[in-house]
Design a protein around this ligand. Structure first.
Ligand SMILES: Cc1ncc(COP(=O)(O)O)c(C=O)c1O
Length: 494
């Protein structure tokens, strides 16, 4: 196939250029009926390309091979090395929901990495799957979770022989990449598919300077949140099924995945998001190697300069010394702020309020800046450096020069019932402070990074409640809670 082509994007542009009689939705009719403020903000061109589904010659037609939308998905499969790929227009979150629904067809149990994204937990609620959680390696010094090791997965799969799949996440927010080939070998030895949430690794397929992507390592189902570091528009992602010669329809049957994607997707998929995926795929497939090499080279220099700022260090290749970290993705600049005497939360707030600089993630010890393909690091990195230098010079006014106390990452509570049973079962609302010892009926994920601290079905411990309260006091938010102020929390009536 010709990776320099963008069949879906081109089909939309062609259609809009004919000035079709629009007696269908969307009701803004290519912009004419849209609010003038929106027209001025995003332009009539974007509104003209906002085209509904079910248009002959764009996403329907007699010959599937000739339908531009299908051609675009096939090009994506080829570019990422998949057997088949689906465009997801409800984010990688929708992908995780679809994956869980597909796995629930295979059986009732799955081994799941405990620090998966909250959308996987929502998928467990939707599907009813009974998870056996496998803990990642924790870096206690930095207070961050890394990856799952093959030996850990092996033990978990032996403990739960009824498991129908192993579900892991790699890379992590901090750029730690798991030994996916080793994990795939373990999963396959137990005769189950390996699912990898590779949301943060859409770019890995396009540069030899980066760790191998999960499909190349033998993963069976892979989720790629292309909008994160792959250059498509927010809320667009791709789900892939691996090309395994021994399983011609995929270890998880592609027909099952197809049905599950349809189940969770809107009947009105946004054409602009789909077009952005088609275009991002071309951009990565044709120019990715050169652009990524440039970005990676400039980031090497940026890391060196950040390390020279008093109190700051940058996580680099050395995180691969951790047992569970097989490789490292340099597109994340994870800044260790422990030497400054203040927390990452405080530094992130300072940079936001004083320098209009926004991080992807911040925690007690680390702030994470992400860089995209083709970014002019000399320019954007210079701005970051100036902000960090100011933070290092100005922020050391904590009492006794010590960092604000921050609750330690607590151990995860015991699982008493499935996420679905807890989410749907009898429940009541209790004061947050009185919830110790109760079973949570909702998931609580201190954001950033959105990895649930509490899952529906887990017993709440004092340490976990303190950690979440502390995280909010330091400027974080909580996703999943029905009471966003967290004065109350929903718990199961036992
Ligand atoms: C590992 C992981 N998976 C899935 C998601 C959900 O992605 P989206 O925001 O595209 O729905 C995220 C979001 O941050 C994530 O970090």
């Amino acid at each position: 196939m010709d990776q320099s082509e963008t069949p879906y994007l081109d089909a939309l542009v062609r259609y809009a250029s004919t000035d079709p009689g629009r007696f269908n939705i969307p009701g803004h009719k290519g912009g004419a009926g849209a609010d003038p403020g929106l027209r001025a903000a995003i332009g009539d061109v974007a509104l003209r390309l906002d085209i509904p589904s079910g248009i002959e010659g764009i996403d329907v037609g007699a010959d599937p091979l000739e339908i531009p939308f299908q051609q675009a998905q096939r090009l994506a499969a080829e570019a990422w090395g998949a057997r088949r790929s689906w465009f997801l227009l409800n984010g990688a979150s929708g992908g995780n929901h679809a994956i869980c629904m597909a796995l629930a067809h295979l059986g009732t149990d799955a081994v799941v990495q405990r620090n998966v994204h909250s959308s996987v937990i929502d998928g467990l609620v939707l599907s009813g799957l009974r998870p056996l959680f496998v803990a990642p390696e924790i870096d206690d010094d930095l207070g961050v979770a890394h990856c799952v090791m093959p030996a850990m997965l092996d033990r978990a799969l032996a403990e739960r022989p009824d498991a129908v799949a192993a579900f892991i996440v790699s890379p992590t927010y901090f750029g730690a990449v798991a030994d996916v080939a080793g994990l795939a070998a373990v999963a396959h030895a137990h005769d189950v598919p390996l699912v990898v949430d590779e949301s943060w690794g859409a770019h890995l397929a396009f540069s030899d300077l980066l760790p191998s992507n999960a499909l190349e390592c033998g993963a069976d189902v892979v989720l790629s949140s292309v909008h994160k570091l792959g250059g498509s528009m927010t809320q667009s992602a791709i789900l892939h099924v691996g090309a395994d010669a021994a399983h011609p329809r995929g270890r998880v049957d592609e027909a099952l995945v197809d049905r599950s994607v349809t189940l969770v997707e809107s009947t009105s998929p946004n054409s602009l998001l789909g077009a952005s995926l088609d275009a991002a795929r071309r951009h990565n497939a044709t120019l990715g190697g050169a652009l990524l090499a440039e970005t990676i080279g400039s980031l090497r220099e940026l890391r060196r300069e950040i390390r020279e700022i008093p109190g700051l260090d940058v996580l680099g290749e050395e995180i691969t010394k951790s047992d569970s970290v097989h490789a490292w993705d340099p597109l994340r600049v994870s800044i260790d702020v422990r030497g400054t005497g203040v927390t990452g939360n405080r530094i992130a707030r300072f940079l936001r309020e004083r320098h209009d600089i926004w991080f992807e993630l911040y925690s007690a010890n680390v702030v994470v800046a992400v860089f995209g393909i083709g970014e002019n690091v000399a320019e954007t990195g210079g701005r970051l450096l100036a902000g960090l230098r100011a933070a290092s010079a100005e922020l050391h006014d904590d009492p006794d020069g010590k960092r604000e106390p921050f609750a330690p990452l607590p151990p995860w509570g015991p699982t008493e019932m499935t996420p679905r049973q807890a989410f749907l079962g009898p429940q009541e609302t209790v004061a947050f402070d009185a919830a110790e010892g109760r079973i949570a009926a909702e998931s609580l994920a201190a954001y950033p990074p959105g990895v649930p601290n509490v899952l529906p079905g887990e017993r709440l411990s004092r340490a976990t409640l303190d950690f979440i309260a502390d995280s909010i006091a330091h400027g974080g938010q909580v996703r999943g809670a029905s009471d966003r102020t967290l004065e109350t929390v929903r718990v199961v009536i036992e």
